[in-house]
Design a protein around this ligand. Structure first.
Ligand code: SAM
Ligand code: SF4
Length: 345
């Protein structure tokens, strides 16, 4: 077949990824590790069993997989986790992928991080071609920060944000809206972020993985947050997009942008352009569904780009229409058993 013909093999390895609903896949999120130095209460259980190291793809294999996706039309690639900056030698992968930003093959290489190691990595990240990152901060109160992350040190994260900005990286703050935890603080966090030149995005908790807490107690619909915010701020919908699922408003009083990621109250699946790769080479076509494709065995069985490309095409044809997240008293079990740290947020 076309494996033996270099011309047709190259054409097939570059075929764009279009799913059964006509959505073009141009955004890849890669969870480079399921490990983390925090244990945020809505994300992980206190005592987690992480994947054995032998199951992980090497960074070279991750690079090969990412490159296959880039050849097939991925323009934006986000490294996430777990905590991407705790993966040993992660700068190797970031530098390799950064070369594709410099060559123009990739429009954007970005990172979602908890910021704990950002101070150390910021200059290298900027140098490798990262222009923009998301840093997750759910509260600006150091004691509450320790409580929600179980292990985190807010000062270190804030120093990381400062270092990133100093290195010329644009920072967006991500905060999960949590009932009874940060709902009162959200307006001040917005003013704080906007005052430092950062956009901010609020996220609804998603029912992923077993945790100690009851998700019904944590869940705060962003429709309600937005209504509350409207009493203090003038919010105007704007068409600004970053390629992700956030929908943005302009905040008149602060002059900054605020994003809402609302998988629960407003499903954004119709415009989904993303797939997610785990550190074991499993491809999830939807964050909220269990169907997945094992690309690790394909990668290890053949060096032929056409074989890998065919496996990716086959997976994309199974991309579902959307997720089925529900959080209420009748749905005690998570919608999917894996934690967010497996597929990456
Ligand atoms: N460790 C990095 C961090 O915290 O930014 C990257 C991985 S983390 C899984 C990515 C994002 O997912 C974070 O902003 C986190 O707050 C969010 N997240 C984790 N679990 C979630 C859940 N169950 N529902 C909604 N967001 C979640
Ligand atoms: Fe770690 Fe990020 Fe999950 Fe917090 S949200 S436990 S920082 S992976």
């Amino acid at each position: 077949m076309n494996q033996h013909n270099p011309v047709t093999a190259d054409v097939s390895a570059r075929a764009p990824m279009i799913d059964p609903f006509g959505r073009m896949v141009s955004y890849l999120r890669v969870s480079v590790t399921d490990r983390c130095d925090f244990r945020c209460t809505y994300c992980m259980a206190e005592h987690m069993t992480f994947l054995p190291k032998r199951d992980l793809l090497t960074l070279e294999e991750l690079d090969r997989l990412c490159s296959a996706f880039i050849a097939k039309g991925v323009k934006k690639l986000r490294l996430t986790g777990g905590e991407p900056l705790v993966r040993k030698n992660i700068m190797y992968l970031i530098r390799e992928l950064g070369k594709k930003v410099h060559s123009g093959e990739l429009e954007e290489l970005t990172l979602t991080t908890n910021g704990s190691n950002l101070e150390r990595f910021a200059p290298e990240l900027a140098d490798a071609g990262i222009r923009r990152i998301n840093v997750s901060v759910d509260t600006l109160d150091p004691a509450k920060f320790r409580e929600i992350t179980r292990l985190g040190d807010l000062d270190k994260v804030l120093a990381g944000i400062e270092a990133a900005q100093k290195a010329g990286i644009r920072v967006k703050l991500n905060a999960v809206a949590l009932k009874g935890f940060n709902e009162q603080e959200i307006p001040d966090m917005i003013a704080w972020a906007h005052g430092r030149g950062m956009d901010m995005t609020l996220i609804e908790t998603m029912p992923m993985g077993e945790i100690e807490e009851d998700r019904t107690d944590q869940y705060l619909p962003l429709s309600q947050v937005r209504a509350d915010l409207s009493e203090r701020f003038t919010l105007t919908d704007i068409p600004f997009r970053t390629g992700g699922p956030a929908r943005y408003v302009d905040v008149k009083e602060t002059g900054g942008r605020l994003g809402f990621i609302t998988p629960m109250t407003h499903n954004f699946c119709e415009s989904c352009n993303r797939v997610r790769l785990t550190c074991t080479g499993t491809l999830y076509m939807c964050l909220g569904q269990n169907d997945a494709a094992d690309l690790r065995s394909v990668l290890r069985e053949s060096d032929d780009p056409a074989v890998l490309s065919a496996a990716i095409d086959e997976a994309i044809l199974r991309k579902p229409k959307g997720h089925d997240f529900i959080i209420d008293r009748d749905h005690k079990r998570p919608a999917v058993a894996r934690h967010m740290s497996v597929t990456g947020g």
